[in-house]
Design a protein around this ligand. Structure first.
Ligand code: AHG
Ligand code: MN
Ligand code: MN
Length: 333
């Protein structure tokens, strides 16, 4: 059977399912090309002098890595000239990036975390890019943050790349989740998994245990029960994994199931959580739901949250249906 490249997959989605239009197809092609460029920059590492800190802080007060800045630039430059976007916003920039006047404007908005897991970059552990596509609402000035403040249910596409042993691109247009692998010799992404489904049950969990003393009671209860294993109320042993790159943890969950938690804790209560709603939680929640999983803050479905600001943070609990529903149940108790 002929290999299905990303380009062919997108054309067929447009032609047969009328699921996407030419502009959205073009947008995803451009984002995938930017991800290839980021993957190449990351792959060069110290040979190209791209590792280490940039010496600057982002709007969130986090120290930026050189590759945070490089990846952000690659995505901005790739996406501003094509005429498919009205504006972009990034975890690494305080304000949205408007399309320069010399280029035509389109009907879509692009939202991204250019480099997820960047604390791992200098130690050669997988990192990634997360993105989300929204429609630009009519009647709202495009230079206001408000155009972006739409609940995750409004996303028309969400995806992420993982720069790991292989470079992967995971995509959804609201009709299942598909994974493409970068063929480095030919330079294109090839469809390698279609209609990924997350197993409903799991024996694997992902959480940063060093925050245990700051967690709220429902999360403490849940993790205590998992740690008690065979002798506890769950009657079976659980395994733990924490890559500290959400892209890698979520890809593992798409592949073999699991539950991922970055819950609210007392040391970041005023911030609302660690992960960012627009750049991380919403795209990942859409992908996880499209693969049959669940994504919640513990108290609310992530995709239903009405954002109030661009860089808003939320608690995130997602993955295998039965485990995530159990954690949500503990929050209701
Ligand atoms: P980013 O590198 O974009 O700031 O995101 C890092 C995120 C996420 O990828 C990961 O799950 C989490 O932060 C790790 O946090 P800890 O270092 O607190 O474990
Ligand atoms: Mn991130
Ligand atoms: Mn990031």
């Amino acid at each position: 059977m002929a290999l299905i490249t990303l380009s062919r997959f997108l054309i067929e989605e447009e032609r047969h399912k009328q699921f996407i239009c030419a502009d959205l197809r073009f947008l995803v092609e451009i984002v995938s090309r930017a991800c290839k460029a980021i993957s190449i920059a990351i792959g060069k590492g110290n040979l190209a002098g791209v590792l280490g800190g940039a010496g600057t802080d982002n709007v969130q007060g986090e120290a930026q890595k050189k590759l945070d800045v490089i990846s952000n630039e690659i995505l901005l430059e790739a996406n501003e000239w094509g005429g498919h976007l009205a504006a972009m916003t990034s975890e690494e920039m305080e304000d949205p990036h408007l399309i320069p006047h010399r280029y035509p404007k389109g009907e879509y908005l692009l939202v991204f975390d250019p480099l997820d897991g960047s604390s791992n970059i200098d130690v050669n552990i997988s990192v990634g890019t997360i993105f989300s596509v929204l429609r630009c609402p009519e009647g709202v000035p495009v230079d206001s943050d408000n155009v972006f403040l739409q609940p995750g249910t409004q996303q028309v596409c969400a995806g992420f790349a993982v720069y790991g042993p292989t470079t992967l691109l995971v995509l959804t247009f609201g009709d299942g989740v598909h994974c493409f692998t970068l063929d480095r010799e030919f330079g294109h992404f090839v469809l390698t998994q279609e209609h990924i489904r997350i197993p409903e049950d799991t024996r694997e969990f992902a959480i940063n245990m060093s925050n245990a003393r700051f967690w709220e009671a429902p999360v403490k209860r849940y993790i205590d029960e998992l740690l008690a294993g065979k002798d506890g109320p769950r009657g079976k042993d659980f395994n733990m994994r924490w890559v500290a790159s959400m892209v890698a943890d979520v890809f593992r969950i798409l592949t073999r199931g699991g539950v991922f938690l970055y819950p609210l804790d007392s040391k970041m209560k005023d911030k609302g959580g660690k992960l960012r709603l627009m750049y991380e939680a919403n795209p990942m929640a859409m992908i996880v739901e499209q693969a049959g999983g669940v994504a919640t803050t513990g108290r609310q479905r992530i995709l239903d949250i009405q954002p109030t600001s661009l860089h808003q943070r939320v608690p995130v609990i997602l993955g295998s249906r039965n485990e995530v529903e159990r954690v949500a149940g503990y929050h209701r108790d």
